[in-house]
Ligand binder design. Structure first.
Ligand SMILES: Nc1ncnc2c1ncn2[C@@H]1O[C@H](COP(=O)(O)OP(=O)(O)O)[C@@H](O)[C@H]1O
Ligand SMILES: [Mg+2]
Length: 207
């Protein structure tokens, strides 16, 4: 069975779908058999992303499933399965997710308010998480200039939170990629390549 990584957060708009799509692409690009389940389905979700990619004739390099069309047979051969969740899921759903996933990946912006919301969720998952799901924060939309990301990472670690070493920096290329249904990997811009380097590094840290 695949390693199951669920991407979830306390708040919407933190970059879950952007990260889920790119992370799955990074796993696939490294030769792993990877797939994504989109449990959101609304505007801006991974499924819509994949549809746009197909429309422009450049399909994503991995399948994106809706929860209803996931058959165990499809999943058995996978190395890694990423789950993209809706913004602001109910606590109950998050607890259920923790039971299904090997890893709960919680993207968070580095600002104090975002970190506060993230800590709330991490505390909740630690208290109520059903054992199987380990929980790790990944800092995202980190300003490419300055040390704010590093500082936030060390603060979280001092507080006993498990944080990914890799910082996903903030680049406009992600928004451009989303609009086109593409990946930053395929944008001819040095900053897009720097963004892709972050995602690759994160993928290596996780699997
Ligand atoms: N690392 C990043 N750098 C710049 N913009 C980002 C980054 N990650 C996400 N975004 C942008 O933030 C917005 C919300 O991202 P999205 O992935 O849809 O969040 P969520 O799935 O958590 O609601 C989108 O406009 C997206 O392009
Ligand atoms: Mg989303």
């Amino acid at each position: 069975m695949p390693t199951v990584i669920a991407v979830t957060s306390e708040k919407g708009g933190v970059g879950k779908s952007t990260l889920a799509v790119h992370l799955t692409a990074a796993f696939a690009g490294r030769g792993l058999n990877a797939a994504l389940i989109d449990e959101d389905g609304r505007v801006g979700s991974s499924r819509r992303w994949a549809q746009r990619a197909e429309q422009v004739g450049q399909p994503l390099p991995f399948p994106v499933y809706e929860p209803d069309d996931v058959k165990p047979r499809k999943l058995a051969d996978l190395d890694v399965l990423v789950i993209d969740t809706e913004g602001r899921p109910k606590r109950r759903d998050q607890r259920a997710l923790a039971g299904r996933a090997d890893l709960i990946l919680v993207p968070s912006g580095p600002s104090p308010l975002e970190l506060e919301a993230t800590l709330d969720l991490v505390d909740y998952l630690h208290e109520h998480g059903s054992g199987r799901g380990a929980c790790r924060v990944v800092l995202t939309r980190v300003p490419a200039v300055g040390q704010g990301g590093e500082a936030a990472r060390e603060d979280l670690r001092d507080g006993g939170v498990t944080v990914c070493n890799t910082l996903i920096r903030q680049y406009a290329a992600y928004t451009r990629a989303a609009e086109q249904g593409g990946l930053v990997r395929d944008l001819p811009d040095p900053r897009a390549q720097a963004a892709w380097g972050d995602v690759l590094a994160l993928s290596r840290e996780l699997q």
